[in-house]
Design a protein around this ligand. Structure first.
Ligand SMILES: NC(=O)c1ccc[n+]([C@@H]2O[C@H](COP(=O)([O-])OP(=O)(O)OC[C@H]3O[C@@H](n4cnc5c(N)ncnc54)[C@H](O)[C@@H]3O)[C@@H](O)[C@H]2O)c1
Length: 415
């Protein structure tokens, strides 16, 4: 009878397949339900791609995760006055502002979420820290390591909680890779191989500047695919495989000038269209990283493979709920790459989502990240990466650009 009640509460009809997982369902639903006692009023800056993704996360998180904190969608800010009111209405923001400084000054806001172009992160983070706000920031943390260091100093001086949205850590299959590595199943690591490939800037007629296309303007972006795509790969790699000690790299800008939307005139293109680098990790492994927006047919081919003495793992974001695993210690006649469907309650994050065999996708990685962040506030163990941890990635990016310019190996500086 107890089983029946719990299963009905969990909202499933009783079928043979749900019966087999009843034990897990019981475990999932047992325990004290926390009171949603603490409100965290959010001021979001940016109503573009990440503005939508973060708004969705704030709205969804308490429906799936049992937390004390409840984000309140207090006010959103962006430059685009025409679309801002509709954005606020559609996503349930209580108010809208067009000047981020006014948003930061508001007394009814606890946390500032920086989801605007990279060149705005530094000034907003400094002002938010000064105002005593919690600061969440999109990646890359800043345009340069120097800016990022100032941001770390400011938030540490103000003693405010921080978080950087390196969401790929929260893809369940990537978190499972971390678990497998922490369990020591791979043994000594020899190789780390990562790439993040896209193809949307091949057309030379594409302008630079403006929504989304600020990525092609070095003044707004700081760098090209290095900061935009490889920062994700570097953050994941450091998390999985430890610190990067030295790098050697090359960058290329295939389209040398583009019309700038601000002036209507041709301007030189200052970003890297493609970036490749070699790296040595502290654990002795050797790595390759590659990112480009000129890989025709590739839209968001974000992949990595790690080879250890006993086993290997591989991940491909085009198939995000799969983790490939090969274990040399399996009996020889059974050795093969396992194709793990990461969707069981036992897999990272999945007990919070649907029934085994069903999947989650891109937006869930942000909801998982937000849940970790709110839980970190609750238990006093800050979710990672915070600003200090994300500085490591920024320092590696600086070293890659320095190595590429100097055409030699460069030692990665202190974070
Ligand atoms: N974690 C991820 O996977 C991921 C994915 C995409 C983008 N990002 C990061 O998120 C940030 C935003 O990127 P996006 O793709 O959402 O860009 P976008 O161009 O879609 O949106 C940018 C928004 O910022 C607003 N904005 C620009 N300057 C502003 C200012 N001075 N004051 C207030 N608002 C301003 C614009 O009006 C727009 O609403 C960047 O740092 C980017 O690197 C992260």
């Amino acid at each position: 009878m107890l089983v029946l009640v719990v299963v009905l509460v969990a909202g499933f009809s009783i079928t043979s397949s749900t019966r087999t997982t009843t034990g897990t369902i019981l475990r999932r639903d047992r325990g004290d339900i926390k009171n949603l006692t603490k409100q965290l009023s959010i001021g979001l800056i940016g109503s573009g791609f990440m503005g939508r993704v973060h708004s969705n996360a704030y709205r969804q998180v308490n429906g799936f995760f049992d937390l004390e904190y409840r984000p309140v969608l207090k006010a959103v800010c962006s430059r685009n006055q025409e679309t801002l009111a509709k954005f606020a209405l559609n996503w349930g923001w209580e108010a809208a502002e067009t000047d981020w400084r006014r948003l930061v000054e508001r007394k009814d806001i606890d946390a500032i979420d920086i989801s605007s172009p990279n060149n705005t992160h530094h000034a907003i983070a400094l002002a938010a820290a000064q105002a005593g706000k919690t600061v969440l920031c999109e990646k890359p943390l800043a345009c340069t390591g120097a800016e990022a260091r100032e941001m770390v100093t400011a938030v540490e001086k103000a003693k405010v909680p921080t978080f950087v949205w390196f969401n790929y850590r929260r893809v369940p299959a990537v978190a499972l890779a971390k678990q497998i590595l922490d369990e020591g199943r791979l043994g000594r690591i020899f190789h780390y191989r990562a790439s993040f490939l896209q193809d949307w800037t091949i057309n030379p007629e594409l302008p630079q500047g403006g929504t989304a296309l600020w990525r092609l303007d070095v003044d707004a972006a700081g760098s090209g695919v290095l900061g935009d795509l490889l920062s994700h790969a570097i953050d994941t790699a450091i998390w999985l495989n430890g610190p990067i000690l030295s790098v050697a790299g090359a960058t290329e800008t295939f389209v040398k000038e583009r019309v700038h939307q601000n002036t209507g005139k041709m301007h030189p293109v200052g970003i890297d269209d493609a970036c490749l680098f070699l790296a040595r990790f502290g654990n002795g492994s050797l790595a390759t990283f590659e990112a480009t927006r000129y890989a025709r047919g590739r839209k968001a081919k974000n992949v990595f493979e790690i080879n250890g003495e006993n086993a290997s793992i591989a991940f491909d974001f085009e198939d995000p709920h799969r983790l490939q695993y090969f274990d040399h210690r399996d009996p020889a006649h059974l050795q093969a790459w396992r194709n793990i469907h990461v969707s069981a309650f036992e897999h990272p994050y999945h007990k919070h989502w649907w029934v085994p065999g069903t999947t989650t996708g891109y937006e869930h990685s942000f909801i998982n990240a937000l849940a970790d962040f709110l839980e970190g506030l609750e238990n006093g163990k800050p979710a990672q990466p915070d600003f200090r941890a994300a500085l490591q990635t920024q320092v590696v990016c600086d070293a890659v650009l320095a190595a590429s310019r100097a055409q030699k190996w460069v030692v990665v500086g202190e974070a």
